[in-house]
Ligand binder design. Sequence first.
Ligand code: PLP
Length: 378
Amino acid sequence: MNSNTSFRRIPVASPDIGDEEKELLIKVIEEGLISGTSPYVKEFENTFSSWLGVNHAIAVSNGTAALHLALMALGIGPGDEVIIPDLTFAAPANMVLAVNAKPIFVDVTREYWCIDPEQIRKRITPKTKAVIIVHLYGHPAKMDEIMEIAERHGLYVIEDCAEAHGAEFMGRKVSTFGHAGVFSFYANKVITTGEGGMVVTNDDELADRIRLIRDHGMRPRYWHVVLGFNYRMTGLQAALGVAQMKKIDKLIERKRRIARIYAEELRDIPGIELHPEMPWAKSIFWLYSVLIDSRKFGANRDQIAEYLARHGIETRRFFYPLHVMPLYRQYTEDKISYEVSGYLSERGLNLPSGPKITEEEVTYVVEIIKKLQGELHT
Ligand SMILES: Cc1ncc(COP(=O)(O)O)c(C=O)c1O
């Protein structure tokens, strides 16, 4: 293939929406079943809960709302501390602040980039009420150790699976370990409803509270018993979700195949460290990611990203460590070390790897990376 095909544009992730989604969407419109009380919402919830093997799935307007609901329904509030990883998209930190609790940032592991159980242990105080686990970039956190710590200290565990639909820890799907699991169906996720989210749990009472708060905290209608919101998912979103669920396993398999191709092709390039997958993990490689050692590669992460952009290839830098940002700095103590999140954040690069990417496009991305390396070493 000619590497000068710079007219190409390869996004980091684009959704796989086909005829089935279109047909169902038109059907829902024609039937007028578009609101949050649509039977398609129930159908999406039922399909999702069976796929995970959990008792309850509650569809909501987005993943951030799902986190807010889980925290509220668990009764997290002022005076409480909630442990979260320092390296993540910021929604968990924001929702901890939204319920007036204090976020406690802890470092992640060098091996697989998720929250470090050892660091959780060190930051537990009498005020700690919950831990939010983020299965980062598709790789599961170490759920056996985390659940053991949580049980010993009486902590709630919320699994944030926004980036990890179908990822597994020791053969069991994430979201089924903690007291609640939350998902996002934003357009760049494994399956999408445009915007959308889900809270899952096996706890009947918790599910009931989540449903109540999702719908204005009113029961019966117009009678308000707790503070609530309108966090309902629409029938339009749910129709997309129902159609997407028919291919979720295929999409996950495709993402794993894309990851294998990247790993195979990038393995021997000096200065590129591949996206890990621990022996106990099944990652879904939400975004296939690499770490760049600038000395060995000859260019740093941002220079590589810029070069790829010039060839029409979109990438993303890793998230910033939460503790360094203006909004969160006040919750950080100087003596705490966040060595790993800083290290990964400086070097991490998300490569194009959405459900719609073709193998030919992956090969093109690799070719451009090799082209840059060739230029640097001649
Ligand atoms: C780890 C994590 N949690 C929560 C969210 C928030 O989800 P949403 O964008 O649907 O509100 C995201 C973002 O997409 C995320 O990556």
